[in-house]
Ligand binder design. Structure first.
Ligand SMILES: [Ca+2]
Ligand SMILES: [Ca+2]
Length: 345
């Protein structure tokens, strides 16, 4: 039985002739099912690999043709498909002889990323350039003895722009855990501005060396912001002090923390207000968790922030108000702890 397959523009037809109108290469893709496929089920996909015209699911002897040959004007391709008996009466023209790999599972770790946990400076800014990283693991079943290729792409769900793509490997090398277990792994990274929140689409598919393509699995990767304000507690300070005609030194300590980690606390301060409620000219007073004796801090990095202040003998007597507050990398403030300090002559 002789089958004429004619490539014309973006369509393919059987048993007709015509002119090849462009040099583009196309891949004839047939989703394999049991039994045979008729040409009416063929469809064309633009091929990214130039120079090859491949017809899948036909017998291998006819599986590849050079594109340059196909692209000649007025040339049509004659394929003799040796499908058993030439006396077959039905329209089943193409026999499926291979098995596409099967993608059964794709997972991301993590699949949700809080971009407020990614810091590139002491303060989080909307224009910060962040590197988003996730590990993709795909489970692939293949009957082929030859290596299967597995690829991923990550695209923005808004613009559909691909931001990352590459191969998943089953080679036992990091990030893949075990060679040849059918679990293919890749670490995908891409960069976004901190304000570019939303959903990204991770698409994975596998392909056998002879061109059989698996199903695709699409998995969402969500990038969101979720900062938590810092906390402040455990103020240790005197409630009154007697000047006695000489300067007095006070030690003030307070504990600060943050649900996003102590490292998210970037500033602990207090503001001082005089007995007449006017603000001190030295506000804000910065407290330190640096372990330095000059600041009165016992231990660096323990979350207890300290400051030594000196009240000269000339200090105006009366009740002072101190307001303590912590700030995190998003410049979110904690609650305020108030100290009322009575300064006596
Ligand atoms: Ca925080
Ligand atoms: Ca400390």
């Amino acid at each position: 039985m002789t089958i004429f397959i004619v490539c014309s523009g973006s369509s393919i037809s059987s048993s007709t002739t015509g002119q090849l109108t462009q040099d583009d290469c196309y891949e004839v893709d047939v989703n394999r099912t049991k039994g045979k496929q008729s040409l009416s089920q063929l469809h064309l996909l633009p091929r990214t690999l130039p120079g090859i015209f491949s017809i899948k699911n036909t017998r291998s002897v006819f599986s590849r043709y050079s594109c340059s040959r196909l692209a000649r004007p007025f040339l049509f391709i004659s394929l003799v498909l040796l499908l058993g008996s030439c006396e077959k009466e039905d329209n089943s023209l193409v026999d499926s002889t291979g098995t596409p790999p099967l993608l059964t599972q794709v997972s991301l770790a993590p699949s949700q990323i809080n971009s407020d946990t990614i810091n590139v400076g002491s303060n989080r800014q909307p224009d910060d350039l962040l590197t988003i990283t996730t590990t993709i693991v795909a489970r692939v079943q293949s009957n082929s003895l030859l290596p299967t290729s597995v690829n991923y792409s990550v695209s923005s769900s808004d613009s559909l722009r691909i931001v990352s793509q590459g191969a998943l490997l089953d080679d036992g090398l990091v990030p893949d855990q075990s060679k040849g277990d059918g679990l293919f792994t890749a670490k995908a990274s891409f960069q976004i501005r901190r304000v570019q929140l939303g959903k990204y689409i991770v698409e994975v598919h596998a392909q056998s060396p002879d061109g059989y393509r698996s199903n695709a699995i699409i998995t969402p990767l969500v990038v969101f912001r979720d900062n938590h304000p810092p906390t402040i507690s455990d103020l240790v300070a005197p409630e009154s002090i007697q000047l006695g005609n000489q300067s007095q030194v006070l030690l003030l300590t307070v504990r600060a923390n943050d649900p996003d980690g102590l490292s998210d606390v970037v500033r602990v301060v207090f503001n001082s207000y005089k007995p007449d409620s006017s603000a001190s000219g030295s506000n804000p007073f910065v407290m330190y968790d640096d372990g330095l004796a000059t600041h009165g801090d016992e231990k660096a990095g323990d979350g207890i922030f300290s400051l030594l202040i000196s009240l000269p003998a000339s200090t105006q007597v009366g009740t002072y108000r101190f307001e303590f507050q912590a700030f995190d990398r998003s410049n979110e403030p904690s609650d305020i702890i108030i100290l009322r300090l009575s300064v006596k002559p």
